[in-house]
Design a protein around this ligand. Structure first.
Ligand code: NAP
Length: 318
């Protein structure tokens, strides 16, 4: 494993972080057992992953707690999140604090290392900043969490307005944001600010459905070509990103996806979500490989650098 510093938190974190949400939820979404989910977490720890990201809404905090029961607490960076209940008009400070308490109970921990306000749209940012943050800072005084972060709702904020603002504010230690081969907006909108202000970054949506399922990529590419946003020639082959797979280049599209983001200036932790031990191993291997050849990176920039919001479909649990 390789380790880096998570921005101004100063925490030493693995460059590959285990995401316990997304489509797979450690395999729970696909009918796997809690024992299987615990096994995924243990395999990640065995591979040197020391950052585990979960959330109140994922339904995986209990398995994270169970997996960590006999693990040295200081050896792992535990991150969780609280979101706005869908039926509420806006984020409520008391509910966010209750959510934190419930998360600690489910995780069986007295504190988390990173507590994040989850999926904040641009329209709610000022409210969160002015009413939720002061309440959370009081909870931090009580020792319930060490660092404060915020995460975007990527499908609803394709220009990354919220992260762009938050990264210029002085209260957030980290941001969680989308960045991938066909959604590169963070390069202009977010990373210049996170780098300047030493805000730690956690990447999500690196593979998602679009680079995991060939049919999804094919459909997305056809739609983009029809709209004149990518060259029609990309839809000729069955595998439109096949040009990335070659000796000296990527070994697969998912390999390309991880290697593309991992070496981008401003990226600290690449989250990967999986319910498969085999995928866990190949994903970590990809994240640890060198950058894609410069020519392939340039081609991805030329072809897709202008795209916004491609492949950001939300799973039920965000
Ligand atoms: N707003 C937010 O705060 C927010 C939103 C979304 C996600 N997140 C965080 O980000 C983490 C990452 O989730 P993500 O949704 O961005 O998804 P992701 O990790 O980019 O992709 C996960 C999907 O790709 C598949 N996959 C993974 N590795 C693969 C491989 N080697 N080959 C083929 N398929 C592969 C997984 O299925 P398998 O199970 O079959 O591997 C799963 O369906 C989440 O767990 C969560 O912690 C946060």
């Amino acid at each position: 494993m390789q380790y880096t510093t998570l921005g101004r938190t100063g925490m030493k974190v693995s460059v590959a972080g285990l995401g316990c949400g997304g489509f797979s939820r450690l395999g729970l979404s696909n009918g796997h057992s809690k024992t299987h989910a615990i096994g995924i977490i243990r395999s990640a720890l065995d591979a040197g992953v020391n950052l585990i990201d979960t959330a109140a809404v994922y339904g995986t905090e209990e398995v994270v707690g169970a997996a960590l029961r006999d693990v040295d607490r200081d050896s792992v960076v535990v991150c969780t999140k609280a979101s706005k209940p869908p039926e509420d008009a806006t984020f409520d400070a008391d509910k966010i604090v209750s959510s934190l308490d419930e998360s600690l109970r489910r995780l069986q921990l007295d504190h988390v290392d990173l507590f994040q306000v989850h999926a904040v749209p641009p329209s709610a940012y000022d409210h969160v900043r002015n009413t939720v943050v002061p309440a959370l800072l009081r909870e931090r005084e009580k020792g319930k969490f060490r660092f404060l972060g915020i995460t975007e709702t990527s499908p609803n904020d394709i220009e990354q307005t919220m992260v762009g603002n938050a990264a210029q504010d002085d209260v957030w230690d980290t941001v969680m944001l989308a960045f991938h081969m066909m959604h590169q907006v963070a390069r202009q909108q977010s990373f210049p600010h996170t780098i300047a202000n030493r805000i730690g970054t956690l990447l999500m949506f690196v593979v998602r459905g679009i680079f995991a399922r060939p049919a999804e990529l094919k459909a997305a590419m056809a739609e983009l070509a029809a709209a004149g946003k990518v060259p029609a020639s990309l839809t000729d082959a069955d595998d439109s990103l096949g040009f990335l797979v070659h000796p000296g280049g990527a070994s697969s599209i998912t390999d390309a996806a991880y290697r593309y983001v991992r070496h981008e200036p401003g990226v600290d932790v690449v989250l990967f979500g999986t319910g498969s031990v085999e995928h866990l191993r190949t994903n970590i291997a990809s994240i640890l490989k060198p950058a894609l050849p410069e020519e392939d990176r340039r081609t991805l920039h030329t072809l897709f650098g202008h795209l916004r919001g491609v492949g950001l479909v939300a799973p039920p649990s965000r």
